[in-house]
Design a protein around this ligand. Structure first.
Ligand SMILES: [Zn+2]
Length: 301
């Protein structure tokens, strides 16, 4: 199979990336469905795509990226506007899938696409609802362990024997435990200092998912890299928000009671964790691992 890929790549250099891009855009379309349905506990496969008005969307209006432009952002059935975000998310998924394909060997790339998909769903559900559902985080941890077992190259391990598979699976389990454990303790500490929950339970499990795909070093980077990114991105936004008086609506209790508060009072941490996880996965890993090794050596000697 791999030889066939090489022959096609040599004859038609752009062909496979284009196919991967279209594949990514189609998966992106499915991720849009996941982002919309998972927080409401609906099935992601049944019923088929439908408009907010309840009407089924025919296949020719369900083409990733293009449909939004063909319809100029208005549903064909009822004329209701639908967000450009659907198209942008499909575009984003397509582009990251191509990046995966270019950077990694085919099996690592496929596992990477699974990881990217989980990060995208976690990010946008957290944006919309300030939660990361178990189906994404715990589901992702399990997929990460299975993916690592099947593709040991993901953790730089030779895939020629069962020992390699087991070793890689163990790295994933360790990563998940360290990832989830790390945030758990930081959350407890934050709660002691701030006297209110500093981090959601969803973030804890979500970092476990990053650890399962990236190992414990990736989880560590996800946590601290995510915090740094959070400061870089959020501080300017919060300052601007104070200046211009931006507000946000937050849910304050289990009964979904909403309250309008100053922008930045509640911010999702999932997107920062995802971004840090992806930065680690796409090449920052060697750099981070070397640094962790240095610190360990210093501590040890
Ligand atoms: Zn409609």
């Amino acid at each position: 199979m791999l030889e066939n890929f090489e022959i096609i790549s040599a004859e038609l250099p752009g062909f496979i990336p284009v196919v991967i891009f279209i594949f990514g855009a189609v998966i992106g379309s499915f991720l849009n469905v996941c982002i919309y349905r998972i927080p409401n506990n609906h099935s992601v496969v049944k019923p088929p795509s439908s408009c907010a008005c309840g009407e089924r969307i025919p296949w020719n209006y369900n083409i990733p990226i293009l449909s939004w432009f063909m319809l100029r952002g208005k549903a064909a059935c009822c004329g209701n506007a639908f967000s450009l975000r659907y198209a942008l998310l499909e575009l984003l998924t397509g582009l990251i899938f191509v990046a995966c394909w270019i950077q990694f060997s085919p099996f690592v790339a496929l596992t990477g696409m699974l990881f990217v998909s989980l990060m995208i769903v976690g990010t946008f559900v957290d944006f919309d609802h300030m939660i990361i559902p178990d189906r994404v985080s715990i589901g992702g941890m399990i997929l990460g362990v299975i993916g690592s077992f099947c593709v040991p190259e993901l953790h730089g391990i030779d895939a020629s024997n069962l020992e390699g598979n087991l070793k890689s699976g163990l790295i994933a389990v360790t990563g998940a435990i360290v990832g989830a454990g790390l945030v758990y303790w930081i959350a407890i500490l934050g709660e002691l200092i701030l006297r209110k929950p500093a981090m959601g339970e969803g973030d804890v499990k979500f970092l476990g998912c990053i650890g399962a795909f990236c190992g414990w070093q990736g989880a560590l980077f996800g946590m601290f890299g995510g915090a740094v990114l959070g400061c870089l991105v959020l501080l300017p936004l919060i300052i601007l928000g104070r200046i211009f008086g931006w507000q946000q609506t937050v849910i304050v209790d289990e009964n979904n009671t909403q309250e309008t508060v100053a922008f930045g009072t509640q911010v999702p941490f999932g997107p920062m964790l995802s971004l840090a996880g992806l930065i680690y996965f796409f090449g920052f890993s060697a750099y981070v691992d070397a640094h962790i090794e240095n610190v360990m050596t210093l501590l040890g000697g």
